[in-house]
Design a binder for this molecule. Structure first.
Ligand code: UD1
Length: 430
């Protein structure tokens, strides 16, 4: 079983290239099947979630070519099956984007209910509500989302909660419904905008993505396109936080600073220097951080996907910090592991109260999910001594070459496969 072994205590310093956004790419890859012409997608992150989705697509007859690690050519002119179900696809969340894409194009689809990280109950009622509003029969049947329509017809849809997944999914199906659909209370995340731009580049007519009202005039047919995915806001934020928590100096390259503003603002507030220049953001920390209050909110608020990385940083920040998690109810599992590393905190419902300590100590810990796993790697890099992190398959779902990028910043981290290799690492770094 692969693990990370880490020796902490060294400030991370240097520059790191940020990959394409996983959550945008999942939707874009799925949406690429909406045309019979070839679609080329660039700046694709080479992470497990994307590769699982591409594999599932080949199983229903989509032709997938990878000219290089970060691009893919997709041709969906010969789809032979509208049922997507295999043991891997159930493990990723983004699989549900195939519902909107296939329903839009073929008016019929069944996709295994998505898994993804266990960060709380993750209902799909708003997705179903949107598909039904467009005239589809949509339900959950034998562990699959099932949707079918004679014809999709535009509608006026009000989302009951702000949801990234349902906004994108319904937007995809509506892009091929007849008439003008309006989605109100839409999610405004950068990846919603990126997917809308991608669909428009295939011939869709979508306006207003990035605001809370999206207007979609349905079209009958899409054409091929070439498109480059936006940089990953969460990967960038994770490396920015790595600078903060280790008292380092890290520049993230190939980013859109505007997408990072809520993170930059909090880092400045707790005592870091943040400098934006073109497509780079530099975070300088002298390790003297002060506590703060954080509440996760839909974009442009502080992202729930950055909450664990911030929690780890605040465990080493002077004073009392309070984190309120308002999006997912089960996102504090990493706190138990942090306690084992010497943090001083308690969790009550969706609120965590943290009193910063001077030092964390290395420990054997488990990655509970994708972002929490990455956050614990940061904790281990800041901690005194050695840590071994298990269940890193969660981290590999969403971070490309995580340990290699950390190594280029001077992080003492290695991917190991056995206790013997753990011992070897300990001998090597002393
Ligand atoms: C996406 C991201 C995930 C991120 C989250 C919030 C992907 C693959 N995952 O997840 O990394 O943490 O956005 O930024 O892109 N909800 C409902 N009914 C629904 C759908 C959602 O009640 O039908 C609720 C959820 O329980 C949650 C909130 O809406 O409380 C937001 O969920 P949503 O934005 O949809 O998250 P995901 O798309 O699952």
């Amino acid at each position: 079983m692969e693990q990370y072994v880490i020796k902490g205590g060294k400030p991370l310093v240097g520059e790191v290239e940020i990959a394409g956004a996983k959550n945008a790419a999942l939707a874009i890859v799925a949406a690429a099947i909406m045309t019979d012409e070839t679609v080329t997608i660039e700046n694709l992150p080479d992470v497990r979630d994307i590769n699982v989705l591409l594999q599932a697509m080949t199983e229903i007859g989509v032709i997938v070519n990878r000219p290089d690690r970060h691009s893919v050519k997709i041709n969906a002119s010969q789809i032979s099956d509208l049922v997507v179900d295999n043991e891997y696809i159930k493990k990723i969340r983004g699989s549900y984007y195939l519902v909107g894409a296939l329903l839009g194009k073929y008016k019929k689809v069944e996709v295994a209910l998505p898994g993804g990280c266990n960060i709380g109950s993750r209902p799909v009622d708003q997705h179903l509500k949107g598909f039904r509003a467009l005239g589809a029969k949509a339900d959950i049947h034998r562990g699959r989302i099932r949707a079918v329509a004679e014809k999709l017809t535009a509608s006026h849809i009000y989302m009951d909660v702000v949801t990234v997944g349902a906004t994108i999914n319904v937007m995809m199906a509506a892009a091929m419904a007849s008439g003008k659909t309006i989605i109100e209370n839409a999610a405004k995340e950068p990846h919603v905008v990126d997917v809308a731009n991608f669909l428009n580049s295939m011939g869709a007519n979508i306006r207003g993505a990035g605001t809370d009202v999206i207007r979609i005039r349905g079209v009958e047919k899409f054409h091929g396109t070439e498109y480059s995915v936006i940089p990953d806001q969460i990967e960038a934020g994770t490396f920015m936080m790595a600078a903060a928590v280790t008292g380092g100096d890290v520049t993230v390259k190939n980013v859109i600073p505007k997408h990072l503003e809520s993170i930059s603002a909090k880092l400045t507030e707790i005592g870091c220097r943040v400098e934006e220049r073109g497509d780079r953001v530099r975070v300088i920390s002298n390790g003297e951080l002060t506590g703060t209050h954080i509440k996760t909110l839909p974009y442009p608020g502080f992202p729930t996907d950055m909450q664990p990385q911030m929690g780890v940083t605040l465990a080493l920040a002077k004073g009392i910090s309070v984190i309120t998690e308002s999006i997912f109810e089960n996102r504090f599992k990493y706190m138990d592991e942090l306690l084992r590393m010497g943090a001083n905190l308690k969790v009550e419902g969706n609120v965590a109260i943290i009193e910063g300590v001077k030092e964390l100590n290395g420990a054997r810990i488990n990655a509970p999910d994708l972002r929490a796993g990455a956050a614990l790697v940061l904790a281990a890099l800041a901690a005194d001594g050695f840590s071994v992190i298990s269940d890193i398959h969660f981290i590999q779902r969403g971070y490309e070459d995580f340990h290699l990028k950390l190594q280029t910043l001077g992080g003492q981290i290695e991917l190991v496969d056995s206790e013997k290799e753990v011992a070897k690492f300990k001998l090597k770094v002393g």
